[in-house]
Write a new protein. Sequence first.
Length: 131
Amino acid sequence: MRHISMRTAAAATIIVIVGNNVMLDHVPEWVGLLYIIGSIVTFLFYQADKRAAEKLEWRAPERRLHLADLTFGIVGGLLAQHVLRHKTYKPGFVTITALITALHVLTLGLIMFGVYAPGTVGEFFRRTFTG
């Protein structure tokens, strides 16, 4: 029996939550498209960094990979880590990736359950401080 990795499970969870938010019209379709494009680009970033590591060439800074994960590429980053076995043993990198994953799941989950609607924080401050 094969076990699903935590990275694959987290990526699948994010895909499901994004899909639900799009289907429920909680976020526009372009948000789902951003996750698709961001994930493909991020996977390719990880792949290029893995190849550079194998050839002992110049590597991308870790913060660039984290920024790609943060900006809609988390699914691709998680899948790249699993498939390519890249950046899976550095405790600091793994911890930051887990925090970024949690941020995506939390934000998307709050949107899905109607606790948070994009734009409401800005509306709250506008109403509070402008009268």
